[in-house]
Write a protein that binds this ligand. Sequence first.
Ligand code: GDP
Length: 447
Amino acid sequence: MKKKWKVAIVGRPNVGKSALFNRVIRQRLAIVDEMEGVTRDRLYANAEHYGRQFVAIDTGGIDTRSIAAFNDSIRRQAEIAILEADSIIMVVDATIGITEQDDLLAKALLKTQKPIVLAINKIDHPRDQQLAHNFYPLGIQEMIATSAEHGYQIAELIEKALAPLPDEEIEEDEDTVKVAIVGRPNVGKSTLVNSLLDEERCIVSPIPGTTRDAIDIAFTFDGSHYTLIDTAGIRRKKSEKEVVDKFAHLRTERSIERADICLLLLDVQEGITAQEKKILNDIEEAGKPCIILLNKWDLTEGKRMEHALKALDEEALFAKHCPKLAISALEKRNLGKIFPMIDDVLRQGAERVPTHQLNVFVEKAMQRNHPPMIQGKRLRIYYMTQISTSPPQFVLFVNRPDLMLEAYRKYLLNQFREIYPFPGYPLELLLRGKKVKKEHAEHEEEE
Ligand code: GDP
């Protein structure tokens, strides 16, 4: 399998990021030219450039309404690009020249070893080409004049962004399932890693570099291949743990990015805390599935497992869709059940729901509960389709995205989960309106 590289598009507001993003992905996926409902700070879309598939990341969703948020947003974008992207497109506005924020962002980006292309945007006319020269001081070597508005030099821009990335087979063994064990300190992560590797059915791969001290540990369990990733960080000694704690969050984020599935470990006596919520949020943002392991079960003598699981579901609705398993890492209880559960979650996440079934679902859900009227207008859903698997993603084609109320979206999602549970996966209903929205436009025109 070819590796799918990630290309992040960053830049301060109003330089034309979203318009450019739309141009970049429209080459393949015409339906994503207006995706609404992205409350998070980034949007991923599959794109293709002359047979090379890649993932475009739009960081334009970052809130930039206030000055503080503005600087924050620049920092966050740089962070996303540095952490996640394999190649970065930084967008600037040719008609304005270098601003302080451009400078700030460029400096942050240049610190990484990642390839960067500067898209000097809004060059809507060939005679404006020379404006590009104003941007040399940013220090980004690869530059190209573009017009997102007119679709000028978009293919050339993508070419430049992809060119430094080898078109090679993925180095990582694709047959192996990459598992990240995450959770706050002291819930038993390192105990779990050690216990898993001690299991009789677990055979640690004899390949050099996958010894027990390695960062990633490849092994087979009942004949299937798995890799526990970033275990070195997990298994640091207590004294070292404190020193590196500052980076714990970053490390977790990175592990999640690399993982096919995350095991969120918690201490059953403490239940789900704000920290688990935060980690689960990161997992969902990355589009990864999650299984929740309730560790230290041995300390809850006499407690009924169903009761504990049910209580947890009630206490933390946001985690209801995650399969849960009570284990004892210390006493090695239930550890053998983890892997069949992983396989099951991944298998279901790879399933595709036929469009006609989705449309029957939409029709029934709308009949049971009509979308509310808003100022004399009612949301209409024309059809629903699945745009990806693993993670499963769905788009609703509607008359006007702004007529979708949060409550109605939740209703649809809940109904959807009842029929198509996709256990462990974050699900979202993306919206697509009839018209292409202008960048930063508050509302669409009337129908
Ligand atoms: P980490 O920080 O998440 O890696 O947590 P550790 O693996 O270092 O575990 C923290 C403490 O919890 C240690 O004292 C472990 O012995 C203990 N612990 C881990 N798993 C269990 C378990 O299943 N049952 C009990 N009783 N204690 C556990």
